[in-house]
Design a protein around this ligand. Structure first.
Ligand code: AMP
Length: 213
């Protein structure tokens, strides 16, 4: 089963993707994570994308489509969860073609709906474990008092450089201008389902499970 989690930054795509990986042996393909990795390891591509990401703009379709193309050739396990990809109509078309080349299908597109005020509050409060990527929130899921990650015991936590109000505004603008048309695109293809992304993590998880059956 291959699925897309679609929604603005902070909608909870990464958190839900991690649940699906654990429970359904799926593979999370987050272009944001891949780009941050390239940036941190100082590759040529990483250098090219660093400024664009810091500003909250989208990197070129060519770069992200290339990243996804490589991953689709690898192990498919229980299927792919596309998290943060596609973000433009050109990327959506390319994904359809790449899946077809691999003899795969897109089985569901799940739109995670959240209101904009909640997004800003969530994003400016979030951090992740530097070892395992577990997501924390200063208000709703604070880092444990002993300073150890509840998932892996790691003691280093990171905040994303682009999780500040200014780049967030730009990221939201990019979402509304370039990514939100995908809601209509997948609706017209009969592949769209929507869940309320504002609820408790467990409730959102249950709604997604219902969609996937
Ligand atoms: P994310 O972790 O998904 O919020 O992505 C972080 C940043 O990486 C975005 O603000 C973009 O600069 C870049 N990015 C991630 N995925 C894509 C994509 N599919 N297309 C273009 N840019 C992307």
């Amino acid at each position: 089963m291959n699925i897309i989690l679609l929604g603005p930054p902070g909608a909870g795509k990464g958190t839900q993707a991690r649940f699906l990986c654990d429970e359904r042996d799926m593979i999370q393909l987050s272009t944001g994570d891949m780009l941050r990795e390239a940036k941190d390891s100082g590759t040529e591509m990483g250098k090219i994308v660093a400024d664009v990401m810091a500003r909250g703009e989208l990197v070129t379709d060519e770069i992200v489509i290339g990243l996804i193309r490589e991953k689709l050739k690898g192990d498919k396990k229980g299927g792919f969860i596309f998290d943060g990809f596609p973000r433009t109509l050109a990327q959506a078309d390319a994904l359809g073609e790449l899946l077809a080349e691999e003899g795969e299908t897109l089985d569901a597109v799940i739109e995670m709906q959240v209101d904009d005020n909640a997004l800003v509050a969530r994003i400016t409060a979030r951090s992740t474990c530097g070892s395992c990527g577990e997501v924390y929130n200063d208000n709703t899921k604070p880092i444990p008092a002993d300073g150890k990650c509840s998932n892996c015991g790691g003691t280093e936590f990171k905040r994303r450089a682009d999780d500040n109000e200014e780049s967030l505004k730009q990221r939201l603008m990019e979402y509304y201008k370039k990514t939100s048309p995908l809601i209509g695109y997948y609706y017209a293809k009969g592949q769209l389902s929507s869940v309320d992304g504002l609820g408790e993590m467990a409730a959102v998880k249950a709604d997604i499970a219902k969609v996937l059956g």
